[in-house]
Design a protein around this ligand. Structure first.
Ligand SMILES: C[S@@+](CC[C@H](N)C(=O)[O-])C[C@H]1O[C@@H](n2cnc3c(N)ncnc32)[C@H](O)[C@@H]1O
Length: 237
């Protein structure tokens, strides 16, 4: 079920930025901005699993500070390029070693990250690390493709997800994305149900506040294609 090596595969996917663009057309990005923008405005933010940094840069326009964290040196090199000259971004591959005691993060965003993490244990470890760097009233934002719609061939995207695996945490499947001009890219994803995401949050001490379901086009016959979950510390409620 799990190859345990998923982030390494992603790290070597040099075309990551193209994949991200193809999988998140402008309609999705705009809706994410509308949801995430007010949450991060003026706040100290961790962009956990920042990849090539395209969202770190967007967050830095609104947030007071962004810690862009990833384990992939290849993608962090891209992040360093796109964030060069942005004074309120710290780029790191060592979140555990970063002393944030004086200024813990008020928000952590994991955008398109958990679907690349192939086991419950690894997700729990990642969330434990990220949330250990946050304030007691911190807000966690997790965005991933909507798990209820993974099997659908939305325009430009085909997946091998099997609906019978909906309740199998970390079940692997492949996504094929159309990049235009006859080009496509295929990459592995992990599936977690909505219930499993709630369990991840609970384990990290957070409680789900909202699930925003967003799609490529309003009234889309394909239903929601992404979801953005917002959670608060249980003790803060
Ligand atoms: C699909 S990319 C998303 C990148 C970015 N958040 C975005 O939305 O464009 C997933 C990223 O999560 C990172 N990642 C996976 N597991 C991680 C972990 N345990 N710690 C830090 N980063 C991780 C991968 O290296 C990869 O860059």
């Amino acid at each position: 079920m799990s190859n345990g090596n998923r982030d390494v595969q992603w790290g070597h996917l040099g075309k990551y930025a193209e994949v991200a663009d193809a999988d998140r057309p402008v309609e999705i990005i705009q809706q994410m901005d509308e949801i995430v923008g007010p949450i991060i405005a003026g706040k100290r933010v961790i962009d956990a699993g920042c990849g090539a940094g395209q969202f770190s840069v967007r967050y830095a326009r609104l947030a007071s500070q962004v810690v862009a964290y990833d384990t992939s040196s290849e993608l962090l090199a891209k992040t360093r390029l796109v964030t060069a000259g942005t004074p309120n971004i710290i780029v790191t591959d060592d979140l555990a070693g970063l002393d944030m005691t004086a200024q813990p993060a008020q928000v952590a965003v994991l955008n398109a990250v958990l679907l690349t993490v192939p086991s419950v244990e690894q997700v729990n470890r990642l969330l434990a690390l990220v949330t250990s760097k946050m304030t007691d009233d911190g807000v966690l934002v997790i965005a991933d493709p909507h798990p209820c719609f993974r099997q659908y061939a939305v325009p430009g995207k085909v997946t091998t997800f099997k609906p019978e695996n909906y309740l199998t945490p970390g079940s692997e499947f492949e996504c094929k994305l159309d990049l235009g001009d006859g080009k496509s890219v295929t990459f592995p994803d992990s599936h977690y149900s909505v219930g499993q995401y709630v369990q991840f949050m609970r384990k990290a001490g957070f409680k789900l506040l909202d699930i925003h379901e967003i799609s490529h086009a309003p009234q889309s016959p394909y239903g929601a294609s992404w979801m953005v979950m917002v959670a608060a510390r249980e003790m803060a409620r």
